[in-house]
Design a protein around this ligand. Sequence first.
Ligand code: AP5
Length: 214
Amino acid sequence: MRLVLFGPPGAGKGTQAKKMESFYSATQISTGDLLRQAQADGTELGVRAAEFMREGKLVPDEVVVGLIEEKTAKLGSNRGYLLDGFPRTIAQLESLQEMLERNGQTLDGVISIEVPEELLMERLCGRWSCKGCNSVMHERDFDKSNKRVCISCGSENIYQREDDKPKAIQQRLKTFEDQTAPVKAKYGELGLLAKVDGVGSPDEVFNRIKETLK
Ligand code: AP5
């Protein structure tokens, strides 16, 4: 299975990708995670990407396309993948098409997770991530003792993303409308787009995705 998980910042792409990975035996490829890893490793690419990400702007197309080509090549042709956060521009969409054609492959579909804008801010401002196991959670998931530990592995090494501050979130939402929304329209024209209601618990949304993919 080769799928694109599409949606605005905070729609739940990463949350759903994690659930889908084991259910569909496919690998999540998140360009955001790859770029954050490059930053943590202090690579030249990571340093180049940092400023764009901090400001909620898109990293140049050639950087992310290169990351996707490298990562998919490492997976091998038999392993399915879930693209989380890619493509985000028409140029990226075209590069993906070319890459698939070169490899004699096709895209099975695009799941667009639909969430109204007023919910996105609340989801992003309350997001925490774990450095230990990479899980993503929300403030409301912590137990009543108010002790902030990872809800999956118990690690205290959890953090809030630098781009989850209100000003950066506003810019990310604007970037999405200006540069990424046309990708959704294009996949609609190509007959590959399926919309899924992203409001409700993560399990409810996952059940809708499974129904859609049946
Ligand atoms: P990236 O990391 O991809 O960020 P994003 O697209 O803004 O998406 P998020 O990770 O913020 O949200 P999500 O939809 O995965 O939601 P999540 O599951 O975490 O990109 C970051 C930056 O990298 C970009 O701004 C850009 O600079 C750069 N970049 C990345 N890809 C690029 C590309 N292709 N081209 C150029 N630049 C690129 O959930 C969010 C919160 O909501 C969590 O707290 C979660 O617990 C909660 N939640 C999830 N589902 C539900 C639910 N159903 N109900 C209630 N809460 C929920």
